[in-house]
Design a protein. Structure first.
Length: 152
């Protein structure tokens, strides 16, 4: 049992280390983190860019944590058009771990399976958020999204 636990910890360490190791800054478009190896930025027309902010490593680590901010961050906000904001296909989005979102039920992290115990008639609201802004509070898994459910 100890051997299996050690192997799992070693694999987790190397996956996190590989995730964090890159000399490229992280690019965030409209609050969504883009995979460092994706060439999505080339597809954004220059006239669609509303704001651009560049964070050095120190400022980026303070805002997004060590793993995401260690090489700096470039934040891009695009202008809305008649269809809303620019769409970012899933294959360009940064993901982490099992790629599942975090579920919050009345403000508390909840396992997806436990949501089946919630009566649908008692739901007040469901909000889905893909913003990178939740990483400091909920960890790297929140890169995959945050589903906030409020019940009576």
């Amino acid at each position: 049992m100890k051997k299996h636990t050690l192997i799992i910890l070693i694999l987790a360490f190397f996956s996190i280390a590989a995730f964090a190791q890159s000399d490229k800054p992280l690019i965030v478009v409209n609050g969504i983190a883009i995979d460092r190896n994706a060439n999505f930025i080339d597809s954004i027309p220059v006239d669609q860019i509303d704001a651009l902010k560049i964070y050095g490593a120190t400022e980026a680590i303070e805002k997004y944590g060590e793993f995401l901010g260690s090489t700096g961050i470039i934040e891009i906000k695009t202008k809305p058009n008649e269809k809303g904001y620019i769409k970012i296909p899933k294959e360009f989005r940064l993901s982490y771990g099992n790629k599942k979102p975090i579920f919050l039920l009345n403000g508390k992290v909840t396992e997806y399976e436990k949501l089946n115990d919630t009566n649908a008639n008692n739901l007040l609201s469901i909000e889905v958020n893909n913003s990178i802004d939740f990483v400091k509070k909920y960890g790297l898994q929140s890169i995959n999204g945050l589903v906030c459910i409020t019940s009576k």
